[in-house]
Design a protein around this ligand. Structure first.
Ligand code: PMP
Length: 434
């Protein structure tokens, strides 16, 4: 069955698929951290539906919530009508919001994916400000629809101005550390205040508190606060894209809480649906100026996703899984940093909570970047991913040169599982280096 399914799907499905190209597995069963393939092999899944599965696969609390809706006879599709399930989800969501936003927020349900919520956020700030320009950051990832894609690292839209994200290891200013972040902030200020700077009047700034697809790059808290001040001083709404960083992943319920920054708009998806598709924008109520019908969409009321999501949010909050992610993430990151002594190909280990990146490099390459970092090693990273798979470990790659091994395990990861994950990764590194 395994080979047949892989062959048939590779014939009929577009080659543009991403995960299926590097992970030739046929999952048929899953629980927690573990996925079982049609060939009977078991894998530790540190991709977690691209960071969606805060509680791992098929968590009993999530399954129970879904079953309860199914058994109740509630309609599964209600467009954006009010329902008890939606009421419970909104109540739970608001209970998690950062202080400063919670008492003054509106929520807009969007199409099913993160990219839909990004589009809604961009449209919202453009409507509210009457301006069209947008500030985004190098290496960003916001989605694949036109507006979200343009806001991502490879901006095409002339209305989008890309600013340098503080990337310590490969600092765009060649200095790294606090000074690099400071220069990024000053660059932003100078550009905005220069009448000939060529920046179209900005309707908003969109940023990820930790860049995910860009290679797990956490923004320093001071830099986050600077961006808040810079935007607030100029009445530019700040949009935090928490699609990947939300729901405890980084060691706080929302990653903006690390810096205390209160954004004007927050984009949420992935884990908020408890493994089913759900996406929302939450924003300051005075931005809620759009006319009725200004933002529509058929699939904005997925009852099963809201039930699964409410159960997930409640479980993460009640069991303090964000704190758990902080502690376990710090330990794993420290252990990975320790591995670098034996593996010169580990150029940089970084992350926040259980969002961890290991940047692989070519240590022998002569032409170093201005910060002294050796060039990225995408071929080695791909080999490590394959060696991990051989050892029953699923990891994802990311980064601007696809040289970063990314770990996004469920927040329910146990200490023993964390050790197993790191052991397999260390073995895979050794094998790939040979
Ligand atoms: N924003 C961020 C920060 C993301 O990581 C992603 C997905 N990886 C998206 C937006 C887009 O979400 P989706 O793939 O659900 O459209």
């Amino acid at each position: 069955a395994h080979e047949g399914i892989l062959r048939r799907q590779s014939l009929r499905e577009s080659a543009a698929r991403t995960y299926a190209r590097s992970l030739p597995i046929v999952p048929v069963r899953a629980r927690g951290l573990t996925i079982e393939g049609a060939d009977g092999r078991r894998y530790l899944d540190c991709l977690s539906g691209a960071g969606t599965l805060a509680l791992g696969h098929n968590h009993p609390v999530v399954l129970e919530a879904i079953k309860k809706v199914l058994d109740s006879g509630a309609p599964l599709h209600v467009l954006d009508l009010a329902t008890p399930v939606k009421d419970a989800f909104i109540t739970e969501l608001f209970a998690t919001l950062p202080r400063g936003l919670a008492d003054n927020a509106r929520v807009q349900f969007c199409g099913p994916a993160g990219t839909d919520a990004v589009e809604a956020a961009l449209k919202l700030v453009r409507t509210a400000t009457g301006r069209s320009g947008l500030l985004s950051f190098t290496g960003a990832y916001h989605g694949m629809t036109a507006g979200a894609f343009d806001a991502s690292g490879g901006a095409q839209d002339v209305r989008v101005t890309r600013l340098p994200y503080p990337y310590d290891y490969r600092c765009p200013f060649g200095v790294g550390g606090e000074r690099g972040a400071e220069l990024s902030a000053r660059w932003t200020e100078n550009l905005l205040d220069d009448p000939k700077g060529g920046v179209p009047s900005p309707a908003g700034m969109i940023l990820e508190p930790v860049q995910g697809e860009g290679g797990v790059i956490p923004a320093p808290d001071d830099w986050m606060r600077r961006m808040r001040t810079i935007t607030a001083d100029r009445s530019i709404p700040l949009i935090a894209d928490e699609v990947q960083t939300g729901v405890g992943r980084t060691g706080a319920f929302w990653a903006v809480e690390h810096s205390g920054v209160v954004p004007d708009v927050m984009v949420m998806s992935k884990a908020i649906g408890g493994s089913l598709p759900l996406a929302v924008v939450v924003y300051r109520s005075d931005l809620d100026v759009w006319e009725p019908g200004a933002h529509a969409g058929t699939f904005r009321g997925n009852q099963l996703a809201m039930a699964a999501g409410a159960a997930t949010l409640a479980y993460v909050r009640e069991n303090r899984l964000a704190d758990r992610a902080a502690v376990l993430g710090a330990r794993m990151t420290g252990q990975l940093q320790g591995l670098a002594a034996d593996h010169p190909c580990i150029g940089n280990v970084r992350g926040r909570g259980l969002m961890i990146g290991v940047e692989l490099v070519d240590p022998d390459a002569g032409d170093r970047t201005s910060t002294g970092a050796p060039p990225a090693a995408p071929a080695l990273a791909a080999a490590v991913q394959q060696e991990c798979l051989e050892r029953g470990l699923i990891v994802e790659l990311g980064g601007r040169h696809a040289g970063v091994v990314r770990l996004l395990p469920p927040l329910t990861l146990t200490d023993e599982q964390a050790t197993a994950v790191l052991d397999r990764l260390a073995d895979a590194l050794s094998a790939a280096e040979r």
